[in-house]
Design a protein around this ligand. Structure first.
Ligand SMILES: [Zn+2]
Length: 257
């Protein structure tokens, strides 16, 4: 096992030093001056003369830490070498990878890039653009399941009258086949009626992509019926209609005033 030369200054750091250098054997040491190197320098790769210790190169990662990596020099031919520092690079990779997982989780919960950057100020400052880049790189590596087999349907309601009786017509249309999946008249359109109608006409064990208008009850109703299998998309045509109707109301107000 690696020899760690402790001083009063680094005594408390022993656990982290051990986890950092734990994979190195007894040929290596961490000196009292904080240099990581081989106890006995290697032989020169050029002339095979045993090399000697020759100071160190410092490596710093801002706000993270600093490491001194031992250097060796051949007293015969002057060739110099540096100790392998891949463990330091791996450690940084490990840390930044865990940040990337963290970004991904926050994005999953709809935290904005600016929001993540603000949170990171408490941990390890990262700018919005750094987070955006890291997130995009991470997502490129993700294996996103193909959505080819996901059923896409449109759910809608109409309010026809039967005599003087108000009726509710619930409809499910299949986006791919352009066929009506279900079309029924009900005496009410309560959440319970909608749930029963959906359960009766769609396979709730399969992923489904449902397009609806902006009725406020739909998100809860759909989530209850389809759970994790659901992708709910608001219909942009209805959104457009809402905006346009809102706009015309305001216009009239302006004209009257
Ligand atoms: Zn040499």
């Amino acid at each position: 096992m690696v020899t760690i030369n402790l001083t009063l200054n680094n005594f408390s750091e022993l656990p982290s030093l051990l986890s950092l250098f734990g994979s190195f054997d007894n040929d290596y040491e961490y000196t009292t001056r904080g240099v990581f190197r081989r106890k006995t320098p290697p032989v020169c790769p050029v002339c095979s003369t045993p090399m000697v210790h020759n100071g160190y190169n410092p490596y710093t990662k801002q706000d993270l830490g600093k490491i001194s990596i031992g250097r060796y020099k051949c007293s015969n031919c002057g060739n110099t070498q540096e100790e392998d520092r891949s463990f330091w690079e791996n450690l940084k990779t490990l840390l930044f990878d865990s940040f990337n997982n963290f970004f991904q989780m926050l994005r999953y919960h709809s935290v904005s890039y600016d929001g993540i950057s603000d949170i990171m100020d408490f941990i390890y400052p990262r700018s919005r653009s750094t987070i955006l880049r890291a997130f995009n790189e991470k997502m490129e590596q993700e294996n996103i399941p193909s959505s080819e087999n996901i059923r896409i349907v449109h759910y809608d309601e109409q309010h026809p009258k039967e005599g003087c009786c108000q009726k509710y017509r619930l409809t499910i249309l299949d986006a791919k086949t352009q066929r009506t999946v279900a079309d029924e008249l009900f005496g009410d359109k309560s959440p319970e009626t909608i749930k029963k109608f959906l359960r009766k006409n769609l396979d709730t064990s399969e992923p489904v992509f449902i397009v609806t208008d902006f009725d406020k009850r739909y998100p809860d109703v759909l989530r209850e019926v389809f759970g994790e299998k659901l992708v709910h998309q608001y219909c942009l045509m209805h959104l457009n209609k809402l905006i346009v109707s809102d706009f015309s109301k305001k216009q009239r107000l302006n004209r009257n005033s």
